[in-house]
Design a protein around this ligand. Sequence first.
Ligand SMILES: Cc1cc2nc3c(=O)[nH]c(=O)nc-3n(C[C@H](O)[C@H](O)[C@H](O)COP(=O)(O)OP(=O)(O)OC[C@H]3O[C@@H](n4cnc5c(N)ncnc54)[C@H](O)[C@@H]3O)c2cc1C
Length: 542
Amino acid sequence: MRAVVIGTGFGGLGIAVRLLCKGYDVVMLEKRDRPGGRAYVYEQDGFVFDAGPTIITAPFLIEELFAHAGRRVEDYVQLFPIDPFYEIRFDDGDVFSYSGDPARMRDEVARFSPDDVAGYETFLERSREIFEKGFVELGHVPFLDPWSMVRIIPALIRLECYRSVLGLVTRHLRSEKLRQVFSFHPLLVGGDPRHAPAIYALICFLERRWGVHFARGGMGAVVAGLARLIEELGGEIRLATPATRIHVSDGRVRGVRTAAGEDLEADLVVSNGDLSWTYQHLIAREHRPHNSDRKLQRMRYSMSLFLIYFGTRRLYPDLAHHTILLGSRYEGLLEDVFRRGRLAPDMSLYLHAPTRSDPSLAPPGHEAFYALSPVPNLAAPIDWAQEKERYRDAIYDRLESTCVPGLRDHLVTERLFTPLDFRDELWSHLGAAFSFEPILTQSAYFRGHNRCPDVQGLYFVGAGTHPGAGLPGVLSSARVTDSLIPSIDASVSRQRPDGRASAPAGEAAPPRRSDAARSSLDPLAGTPLAMRARKHVGGRSG
Ligand SMILES: Cc1cc2nc3c(=O)[nH]c(=O)nc-3n(C[C@H](O)[C@H](O)[C@H](O)COP(=O)(O)OP(=O)(O)OC[C@H]3O[C@@H](n4cnc5c(N)ncnc54)[C@H](O)[C@@H]3O)c2cc1C
């Protein structure tokens, strides 16, 4: 049976591995000339720039994919921990060193606000409880009917998920600076800390539990490892091949048309493209009564990002791998980005300096960077063609006056990526960097469903589906979607002259782990994920 996967983001790569293990013939179609989606790589003037994700918070989800296919992740890519996780620099020069070490974290909190140590401990304990519910239990189950949502309401109330992340943090911490340190995490998945429900406070514990990791050779090495695995398993990845139509008839998916006009027949299609874009541009209206253009356009979309990838011909040894530069305003800035649609001169930045951990990503004596600024998505009336040079200069001013002195004197290469590029390069509705905004009314059952409610055999993975954006989210979405797709019996499929297996695609069958997974070197492979995660959680830290 043939499955076509549209898009090679982490969600697409994850589902491709899983479908191959299930016995499907898999063809992946990717619009761009490299796989990885937001985890694209620019190689420019001797520098290697990871375009998107840089913080790996649940490395076991990557290991698990290789184990699923009976492989060892270390034969494909080396993941290693980063310490500290982040340096958070405030406008007045204060620096909070954010790590996974319980004693160091307590000391840092005490250095900023001795009265907040107890509140910090209770907040972390709450983050652990939310993690157990939101990540361990609910992050891997599909939410396809309203009852699935109703059933979790008591737990959400008990865990105070009616509050925002910032609301929860504010309840536990008095220091304004610490409130920022422990509430910024929703921004990593496109959320506004003032509106993202407290369920996203699980990220704090997720980081504590497994640490923050990076890959030798950059994030592109993880993508390359997964692409290699897919090809070894017999999958095909067609680059520079946009899908322009998903064929549907009699309520069933039939195949995919490419921009070159080729029609690929398929028994099953999984779209990893932007969910809103896929519905609006690839599926004819009459086939999707549950997802009309009007409904999709009324949803709230995440912020976008403005990115500068740049390289310098000098080193900055005092910098951390990950630096967060907070501006003078916190809530005011969030209001500008998420609600007012204004480009603020006092932006907050995330600065990625991967050569601090892996010098191979730049020529000797050079440093590779990217600076990321959360900005309004394209619903805001900002003329990016006009603004981009000015905004770039404002970011450079900020970096030069804080932690990258003399940047422009030593600049040797540069590339910009604006919300227009999110729309035009990645086909992302409104240029949103993280699909739908993570708010309560767009989470779980209310997020894009992993299985199309209208078309049999059509599935989704990626940031727009449950559980959401970020690497842990999209890798988990592949797991959820996999659980909805029937296994095929390869022997039956081989016996049939037309090569089709008897199991009708589009109907749920119990997920089956491959034998390969059971023989993995991972001692916990083959046990349900929830059990594995609980084992990790068992040794509480704090
Ligand atoms: C700058 C940036 C930094 C980030 N940092 C982190 C981080 O540090 N840690 C973290 O966990 N998360 C991070 N994230 C979020 C994370 O990267 C994303 O949520 C995740 O990678 C999205 O994966 P996805 O599976 O949804 O697919 P995407 O990465 O969105 O890929 C989708 C792919 O589908 C292709 N496509 C779309 N439509 C079509 C079509 N019709 N035909 C063919 N191909 C198509 C696109 O070209 C793209 O390659 C970051 C995101 C960005 C943008």
